[in-house]
Design a protein around this ligand. Structure first.
Ligand code: ADP
Ligand code: MG
Length: 285
């Protein structure tokens, strides 16, 4: 699986007095099995960009290839693309509507015209993947906690057996416990099912902890596309875009300025802890 974007531009309301250039000459390639985080200030074009990836919107100009095939070609199957590239919208719980959890998760695979047996098996597998056991099957989705509702919505997409899972700010509005549950589950999926993950996030801490590759957007353009540790070295430029490096990276820089021989590439609390312990042991000797 690969998705390639070449010079993708998207303009909302192009024929009006106020066209919005939401993605501006975006070129990038997404490879099989990657865990990518997409970050950027509100309005930077993240949601617009990801909607291109499963053909929900089409570029105003530019080309998108899925496994080398131009998705604008007449013989390209959009239906297949939509089932292979699963998109979980922001606040996906707003789209739950069935009477019970199980029926809701069956909705997508039902539309694929599969057998009853296959539909139920997919729903069971998907609910297991998000950590919801049989005791949830007959519950109304509306009576669940915020984090659980969101997991049901994610299961609905997983039941389509996508190769790529795109999550648009899946932790927005959740408490820290709900947030960690969702992200740990996504990390588990990436590790165990080898699904390609694209996580739209606001949190540099989450990005540093989970993603292998970080794409930073600003005003519709891709500003950085590299490993998180590499991107966070540019923390001063990130600040000009209303972003920042993880807090521990700032602490490392502050210690360095005070004369400590610390590695300023730390981006997670665990890395910072190891680095500070190393310094502490060195000073004791
Ligand atoms: P992000 O997800 O990074 O917050 P969006 O992709 O939602 O950014 O928005 C990018 C730009 O496009 C913003 O200026 C936003 O106001 C504009 N925009 C988004 N959706 C629409 C729409 N349906 N109609 C007009 N403008 C839109
Ligand atoms: Mg958005």
């Amino acid at each position: 699986m690969s998705i390639k974007l070449e010079h993708v531009n998207y303009i909302y309301e192009p024929d009006t007095a106020f066209p919005v250039h939401a993605t501006d000459d975006v070129s990038l390639e997404i490879h099989d099995g990657e865990f990518i985080a997409l970050i950027g200030h509100t309005g930077s074009g993240k949601s617009t960009l990801i909607q291109h990836l499963n053909g929900l919107i089409h570029p105003t100009s530019g080309t998108i290839y899925y496994n080398g095939k131009n998705i604008a070609d007449e013989d390209f199957s959009m239906k297949e693309l939509r089932s292979k590239v699963g998109l979980v919208f922001q606040y996906p719980e707003h789209q739950l509507f069935e009477m019970d959890v199980f029926t809701d998760v069956c909705f997508g695979p039902k539309n694929l015209g599969l057998s009853e047996e296959e539909i139920e098996q997919r729903a069971k597998d998907a609910l297991e993947m998000v950590g919801l056991d049989e005791s949830y099957y007959k519950q109304s989705p509306f009576e669940l906690s915020g984090g659980q509702k969101r997991r049901v919505a994610i299961a609905g997409v997983l039941a389509m057996k996508p190769e790529v899972l795109i999550l648009d700010e899946p932790t927005a509005g959740l408490d820290p416990k709900g947030r960690d549950e969702i992200l740990d589950q996504v990390a588990w999926l990436h590790k165990n099912s080898h699904m390609t993950i694209i996580l739209v996030s606001h949190s540099m801490e989450d990005v540093a902890r989970y993603a292998q590759r970080l794409i930073v957007m600003n005003k519709g353009k891709v500003m950085f596309d590299a490993a998180p540790v590499e991107v966070f070295r540019h923390y001063k430029e990130l600040e000009t875009m209303g972003l920042a490096a993880p807090q521990v990276t700032y602490i490392a820089h502050a210690l360095k300025e005070r004369g400590f021989d610390i590695n300023t590439d730390v981006t997670t609390v665990e890395e910072a802890k190891q680095e500070i312990l190393r310094l502490w042991r060195q000073q004791k000797c």
